[in-house]
Design a protein around this ligand. Sequence first.
Ligand code: TNX
Length: 531
Amino acid sequence: MAIDHRTLAIALVLALAAGACARAPRPNMPRPSPVREPAAPAMQQLIPLPKQLDLASGAPFAIGASTVIGVTSADPAAARSARELAEWIRRATGLRLGSQASAGNRIDIAIDPARQALGPEGYELTIEAQRLALSAAAPAGLFYGVQTLRQLLPPWAEHEAVLFPQPRTVTLPALRIVDTPRFAWRGAMLDVARHFFAPDDVKRYIDLLALHKMNRLHLHLSDDQGWRIEIRKWPDLTAKGGATEVGGTPGGFYTQEQYKDLVAYAAERFITIVPEIDMPGHTNAALSSYPALNCNRQAPPPFTGTDVGFSSLCVDNEDTYRFIDDVVGEIAALTPGPYFHMGGDEVKTLEPEKYRAFVERVQSIVQKHGREMIGWDEIAAATLLPTTIVQHWRPDAARTELARAPRLILSPANRLYLDMKYDADTALGLRWAALIPVEAAYGWDPATLLPDVPPGRILGIEAALWSETLATIRDVEFMAMPRLAIAAEKAWASPVEQQGWPQFRERLGAQGPRWTAMGINFYRAPGVPWK
Ligand code: TNX
């Protein structure tokens, strides 16, 4: 039975109101029977919203000591998803589910190659009293199905250290979800150059992306203020160029081993790392590390301010292209994903012809290393290969140039720049593009942003977080959340399911307890009914 979303919302509110509160555990008391938790209010709990969610009228699935979890396909990805789900369930209930047949209900996880219609990232989830079945055509789909189940479990599942003096029975509502994403590119960019963020901080950001079914993390690895990735053939890039950051505090960099570990951590969560080395501008850290990259062969001093547009590699110098070839080669060797981002933005010191020739030459170097090039929207002025991707960011970028771009990612600064202040009182962040309160972050449509661009060329959207004003991961979280979750909703949820702000803000508010349990420093935006 398909229910319209308003009816569903009312039913869920009633279900919540009827639910009993969990009793606090009491030490030194005889162990009572397991606490029963109320069924999770299904749709309310989910961001992004699934493409199709039908509540069923049957009894819920109660996870208890005799519930069994197993895989019904031989694929190792199914076994891994089963382990991951069992771990979320353990954290939610205190129960370690077995896989041996029992009298209880069961969870079946399977890769089903016959389900090609679900695509590489889709999944189907059926919940009935006796059986919970999750299937997908490919491993990523199972991962996303597990994230959906994770959001249906109580929020305390996110709190690693919680103790269970008594196990809890958690129920999941009877339903059927058939879910596929709207866009293939569901990205986030983190600027680790203006301020450096240690590997564990980046992993925390990756965890946020994974929870929201995002699948690209673009790392802005170099800028005027710092160079953040070890390049073995050019060691001073990090020895000198990595030492600084905005404000003059010590910077930092990722060793190649640390970077590979981040790539692997992301890959386990079906997130592709997109490395960016910004050029020819935004290069003071490289220029100050190697005199040979400068036209006058003199290294400028390090830069720890926030101006943009003053630096450029010497585009007339062959050393520059040897440098680029080495950098792209080493990074490509560390990065299994197909992309290399060359930046290309805000070059104010080069004539347009020289700029275009530079972009085209870098494009052929990137192609030689077997990667698809991405660049900020200025590169649309050059002649681009069909595989090249233009990342739209300037709200006033030339429409005719963008319409020629072979493929696009949308990061309009006045909607998707997470470093823009929420309102005039936000202490952190910038405001050059706009103030972006949560309602404005939600209230636009990627399909109509660029009317001249054929919709098939838009790969998806990416939320960008620049770190001129953000020095710690707490700062990052405050600017990103909740707008990163909003970006995920826009990237995944089908247009027909996007229900408008009055409904969406209820769902946003329902995330409060989960994010709190995760220890996220999110902005409690006014106008959102935070639970
Ligand atoms: C513009 S977006 C930039 C960055 C700044 C950002 C601050 C882009 C390609 N260039 O260099 O950090 O604005 O919002």
